[in-house]
Design a protein around this ligand. Structure first.
Ligand code: NAD
Length: 398
């Protein structure tokens, strides 16, 4: 069938298999063009199908020749409904990894559940014996607690007082003002339950209880800080509390892993267009301005450049350089003074009438559509494609 984008608010409900394949291939080619890395043998990526998790898996596999297991929660195609982008990405990743003789298996299901953890444990026992690294890159709006069965939802809200700022609808180019009410105490607590470090800790505990952590084991989860203008909704908001919990978890895990010479890190990444960041009010406008400023200063980076740098400069070295709160700072270029000064000036002035000159809105839209495999120059979208694509290591549903 012919597959076209169907954008609804901040999501696209269709995805293109050939476009997603091309996206993955471009990231693989980027990594292959860099210097080869050493030292991360068997890598489990939780949240491996899109965004930072996918880029991490690609960097580990094609940069370090690592064997990878990827866990994600994606949808296969059904009838005329396309699969989700992450499904196609995973299929493309596995095909390319296998072509290069790399071990790559994937599990599709709820990473918060005990069942998926058990399946991964069984797979590691059967195929690897132990694991050298776990990258934890989940972004989810809800989480069902595996013990109580209760489902919690996260919110993107400020704490204490409401937040008022500019925002954009990228597909109408209209810059408007938005006011977001503050989160209740319960909403903050629930956001920490969903996006904090509890599940990360549960993964590491489950692997450790089964004696699956190799000597020198490393684990990393991702965070974001961003500029003052987004602090009320991000760093100091409900999601920021969850990220503080991720950082505390990194510190706790780091101590707990000392007996196996292990380490745990929280990496602060830069703002990029992903399915998750598109859902945060204000942030897409900030990213569109950031694109322009960082391109002008020749500092632009996307997920793959960031994740390659994570492996090259931090995970593949014995003693990585951390900030004074023991964090990996991949947002160093985003937070540079000249970048933030440039963003701040444009932010004050930006409106619907000057958006095209102050921000790279077209680039934002292109990147957003590319997440779903659309708008790639090398793909002919007038050609019929079969939406049903198999992931080599996942049995087709009957
Ligand atoms: P994303 O939406 O692109 O990816 C989320 C991944 O999680 C996907 O692989 C998805 O399948 C998986 N997932 C979601 N729920 C799941 C579940 N229940 N079980 C199994 N898998 C599940 O998100 P992203 O933007 O790459 O975010 C990844 C991490 O990076 C998050 O911690 C996020 O806060 C952080 N981060 C993102 C940005 C940004 O600008 N996007 C910046 C800094 C840090």
């Amino acid at each position: 069938m012919i597959i076209l984008p169907k954008v609804r608010g901040f999501i696209c409900t269709t995805a293109h298999p050939s476009g997603c394949f091309e996206n993955v291939l471009q990231q693989i080619n980027y990594v292959k063009a860099q210097q080869g890395l050493s030292g991360s043998g068997r890598v489990l990526v939780v949240g491996a199908s899109t965004g930072y998790g996918l880029a991490s898996r690609i960097s580990a596999a094609f940069g370090c020749q690592a064997s990878t297991i990827g866990v994600s929660f994606e949808k296969a195609a059904k009838g005329k409904r396309t699969a989700s982008a992450g499904w196609y990405n995973t299929a493309a990743f596995e095909q390319q990894a296998h072509k290069d003789g790399l071990y790559a298996k994937s599990l599709n299901g709820d990473a918060f559940s005990s069942e998926i953890k058990q399946q991964v444990i069984d797979l590691i026992k059967a195929d690897w014996g132990q694991v050298d690294m776990v990258i934890y890159s989940l972004a989810s709006p809800r989480r069902t607690d595996p013990t109580s069965g209760e489902t919690y939802s996260s919110v993107l809200k400020p704490i204490g007082e409401s937040y008022h700022n500019k925002t954009i609808d990228p597909f109408t180019s209209v810059v408007s003002e938005v006011t977001i009410d503050s989160a209740t105490e319960q909403e903050v607590a629930d956001t920490v339950t969903v996006m904090g470090g509890e599940d990360w800790q549960m993964w590491i505990d489950a692997l450790r209880d089964n004696d699956l952590l190799a000597d020198g084991f490393k684990t990393t989860a991702y965070s974001y800080i961003g500029p003052g203008l987004t602090h009320p909704i991000y760093k100091d908001g409900a999601i920021g509390m969850a990220k503080r919990h991720v950082q505390q978890t990194a510190d706790n895990l780091n101590m707990q892993l000392s007996d196996i010479n292990g380490s745990a890190y929280c990496a602060v990444n830069k703002a990029v267009v992903t399915q998750s960041s598109a859902a945060i009010p204000v942030v897409p406008l900030y990213i569109a301005i950031l694109f322009k400023v960082m391109h002008e200063l020749e500092l632009h980076e996307d997920c793959i450049e960031q994740m390659y740098r994570l492996f090259q400069d931090y995970l593949c070295v014995a003693t990585p350089s951390l900030d004074d709160e023991r964090r990996i700072r991949l947002d160093d270029k985003e937070m540079q003074e000249d970048v933030q000064r440039g963003v701040e000036v444009s932010w004050q002035e930006v409106s619907s009438s000057n958006i095209e000159s102050l921000a790279n809105l077209e680039e934002y839209k292109d990147k957003f559509l590319q997440l779903f495999g659309f708008g790639l120059a090398s793909v002919d979208y007038t050609v019929e494609v079969d939406p049903a694509v198999s992931i080599p290591s996942i049995p087709d549903e009957a």
